[in-house]
Design a protein around this ligand. Structure first.
Ligand code: PHE
Length: 359
């Protein structure tokens, strides 16, 4: 009986040294240790050996089997590590590369419209101001010439906080007009500002939500009159809706802090399921405006005999609904990504007057 175990061993270990993939290793394992493998065949042949031969070859063959098995397993780990390293290297992501726009988030229509409005007013020489969402009675009402018993102060419209130890309750601002007061108390005329922000009223239906957005405008300069107010707003609306002249109407109104006052409506059609702008027999109110009341100017230390001004408050959410055909205001705040995917705007394309506002 002559079996050249040493030769087989040398051949198998040479093959092992050559194996560079996990597949090659597996092939080697099957060819040596599988059911019909060369080492397995040797093991099977032991039954037919003489007891003396078996004593010599048994340990050798078993030893080979175990050594090869261990060596294959050890190399498997090494190859798997190397394969993982290679994959990590190949799939490395360069985080400094520009992202592929299709996979990115969208800009909410409200933020888009804030940008568009700010761009138009910036071009007319306005700067942007901000004020706090949590206001006090003075800035939200008193300084704006609201009489003591005015219904807007009522609990039904205003969200009041609990009274503090002095018996005073803060509130969520019901409009952006308190920023007028904050600006006039801090700055000397001429003043030309817009103030975007969130506002709150206890109200909810297709065109009202308890939290909504306004942008306030304030101009205080010598010799400013109603004609300027109308001119600025008409110019703004035409630019915003990207038309020659906007289909709007100025309707006399009352605000405690302006005199005279007006509301501006945009022509629209509410007969179908969707709100259409520019056509139809219906009107949607989008802004309030007027000449700043002399009492408000005096409250802020400005002499109404010298300085006059106008103010306006635009409903941003409604502007967005009208311009972008959004049928229900409440959907804006449902955080449904499908909605945002549909109505949202590409990031990195900020509105500007040179290339267009909305594209
Ligand atoms: N603050 C008013 C509102 O929310 C709008 C407005 C602003 C009216 C400025 C006149 C001047 O209804």
């Amino acid at each position: 009986m002559t079996i050249d175990i040493d030769k087989l061993e040398a051949a198998l270990f040479a093959q092992l040294a050559d194996a560079q993939t996990e597949a090659a290793l597996e092939e080697l394992r099957v060819s040596a240790l599988g059911k019909k493998g060369s080492v397995s065949e040797l093991l099977k042949g032991m039954g037919a050996m003489s007891p003396e031969d078996r004593q010599v070859f048994g340990p050798k063959i078993n030893g080979l089997k175990n050594a090869l098995n261990d060596a294959i397993n050890a190399k498997k780990v090494i190859l798997a590590d190397a394969a993982l390293d290679a994959r990590l290297l190949a799939e490395r992501i360069d985080a400094t590369l520009p992202a592929f726009p299709r996979f990115m988030g969208k800009i909410h229509p409200i933020m888009q419209v804030f940008e568009e409005v700010a761009v138009i007013f910036a071009d007319m020489g306005f700067t942007v101001k901000e004020g706090p969402d949590i206001e006090d009675d003075f800035h939200n009402f008193t300084a704006l010439n609201f009489p003591e018993k005015h219904p807007a102060r009522d609990m039904h419209d205003t969200f009041f906080f609990e009274k503090n130890s002095d018996g005073v309750a803060k509130l969520l601002r019901t409009h952006t007009s308190p920023v007028q007061i904050r600006t006039m108390l801090n700055e000397k005329p001429p003043i030309r500002i817009v103030a975007p922000g969130r506002t709150y009223r206890c109200d909810s239906d297709q065109t009202h939500t308890p939290m909504f957005h306004q942008i306030e405008g304030l101009v205080i300069e010598e010799g400013v009159h109603m004609g300027h107010l109308k001119g600025v707003l008409m110019e703004f609306l035409a630019r915003f809706f990207e038309v020659e002249t906007a289909a709007v109407r100025f309707r006399p109104h009352h605000f405690p802090f302006t005199e005279p006052s007006a509301e501006v409506d945009v022509r629209c059609d509410r007969s179908g399921r969707e709100l259409k702008i520019g056509t139809g027999d219906d009107w949607l109110e989008i802004l309030g405006c007027g000449m700043v009341h002399p009492n408000v100017l005096r409250q802020c230390g400005i002499d109404p005999e010298i300085h006059q001004g106008f103010a306006f408050g635009l409903g941003i959410d409604r502007l967005a609904m009208l311009k972008y055909g959004i049928p229900d205001l409440r959907d804006m705040f449902n955080s449904d990504v499908r909605w945002l995917e549909h109505f949202g705007f590409e990031p990195f394309v900020s509105p500007n007057l040179a290339t267009g506002l909305s594209r």
